[in-house]
Design a binder for this molecule. Structure first.
Ligand SMILES: [Mg+2]
Length: 217
């Protein structure tokens, strides 16, 4: 299964509409560990990306769609997380230069490059209790391949495991690191946001299609 550029645009908009449902959860997790702005970062960013994608021509390529997401997300709010995510999206878009249809391998390339960029710019390594902890296991799962739904489910499961594991870790980056050992026991909001995005993608783009094919069977 592959996603055409026109479908990609719509799929991203649908999944961001789902993601906004998690804004309060993300705000609360970030309140416990940071400044609590992640809920607003995600909801303002999602709204801005949806508006930008609605303006894109049908002929926009996957790389152009990803670049538009990056620009809109960065401009929607001034947080560090928004800047890092936007940089990750731009880095991902560069792996799609020749990509006309997004398949599992293309998604894996995108997420791996995005994670690497976030790690570099955020000076973050795996285990620092950041969004990277969920991104990289998801990239691993997608690189293992398989059909799109199986690979997506594996990526969601890997990200969820990583999110649960962040509870036992001490935050080493950002405002959360100020809490030092008091950060242990709290779930990382950034990693949670990435996991919730994968779940949102599934809810918006897979669950309905599966139900429909079940009803038609
Ligand atoms: Mg914050």
């Amino acid at each position: 299964m592959t996603v055409l550029a026109t479908e990609l645009n719509e799929s991203i908009r649908r999944s961001l509409t789902e993601l906004v449902r998690y804004a309060d959860e993300l705000r609360d997790l970030d309140q416990a560990l940071g400044d609590g702005d992640l809920g607003i970062t995600v909801s303002l960013g999602a709204t801005a990306v949806i508006a930008a994608l609605e303006e894109l021509p049908d002929a926009a390529t996957p790389a152009e769609i990803a670049k538009a997401c990056a620009k809109a997300f960065a401009n929607a709010n001034p947080s560090t997380m928004a800047a890092l995510v936007a940089g990750g999206l731009l880095a991902g878009s560069k792996t799609w230069t020749d990509t006309t249809e997004v398949d599992v391998a293309a998604a894996a390339r995108f997420i791996r490059a995005g994670g690497a960029n976030i790690g570099q710019r955020g000076k973050t390594e795996l285990g620092d209790k950041t969004i990277l902890d969920a991104i990289m296991p998801a990239a691993d799962a997608l690189e293992a391949g398989g059909d799109a739904v199986t690979a997506l489910d594996a990526a969601i499961a890997a990200a969820e495991r990583a999110v649960v594991e962040t509870r036992g870790l001490q935050s080493r980056r950002g405002r959360a690191s100020w809490l030092q050992e008091r950060s242990i026991g709290l779930q990382d909001p950034g990693a949670t946001a990435f996991w919730r995005y994968l779940q949102s993608w599934r809810a918006a783009n897979v669950a309905g299609a599966e139900q429909l094919s079940g009803e038609l069977a």
